[in-house]
Design a binder for this molecule. Structure first.
Ligand SMILES: C[S@@+](CC[C@H](N)C(=O)[O-])C[C@H]1O[C@@H](n2cnc3c(N)ncnc32)[C@H](O)[C@@H]1O
Length: 173
């Protein structure tokens, strides 16, 4: 059973929840494995996961990456704001004992609200983590010639987003 981090989502989170629940229902959560495995491959080689490690997969979707990380790490927690994504994640993870899913918003754990590396370090240090490393993993998968979705204004903005890449935080506690 998934744990709820907060009972009442903010308006922004409700919008995200609705949007991504629709994605999940349309099967787009599973499609993301194809789109994002390039990032996960690069991330996994940097993380060098060991059985004593614990991983938080923020915005885990249907949990394909959480399941892959659970093969290497001791414990993986997937957090997502879309309950339909989590329902699918739980279904697909029924036989895995070291992964669990939590419903909640990344905004509520502050990490997304901050953007510079020293801020992550200060925040994690405040919560008792040491050896904090923050790095970006560029998404090297091919981009469309012309972007027609609604998340980015222009194709160039999508390219910049992919060039800047996903955020990987590694710390010890
Ligand atoms: C583009 S999908 C990526 C899913 C997965 N990480 C992957 O790479 O396939 C984004 C996911 O993040 C979740 N998400 C977006 N904003 C979020 C937030 N503020 N808090 C928690 N989850 C969020 C969405 O519900 C969705 O499942």
């Amino acid at each position: 059973m998934e744990t709820k981090v907060e009972a009442i989502p903010s308006q922004a989170d409700q919008k995200l929840q609705q949007e991504f629940n629709q994605w999940a229902a349309a099967g787009r959560g599973d499609e993301m494995e194809d789109h994002h495995s390039n990032i996960l491959d690069q991330t996994l080689s940097l993380m060098d996961l060991q059985p004593a490690d614990r991983v938080l997969d923020l915005g885990c979707g249907t949990g394909w990456a959480s399941r892959r990380m659970a093969r290497l790490a001791g414990e993986v927690v997937g957090l997502d704001v879309a309950d339909e994504m989590l329902r699918r994640a739980e279904q697909a993870s029924a036989s895995i004992t070291n992964v669990r899913y939590v419903w909640g918003s990344a905004e509520k754990i502050l990490l997304f609200a901050l953007d510079e590396r020293w801020k992550y370090k200060a925040l994690l240090a405040k919560h008792g983590f040491s050896n904090v490393q923050a790095r970006r993993i560029p998404d090297r998968s091919p981009s469309p010639e012309t972007y027609s979705g609604k998340w980015f204004k222009y194709t160039e903005e999508l390219r910049d987003f992919k060039r800047i890449g996903a955020l990987l935080l590694i710390a010890a506690k």
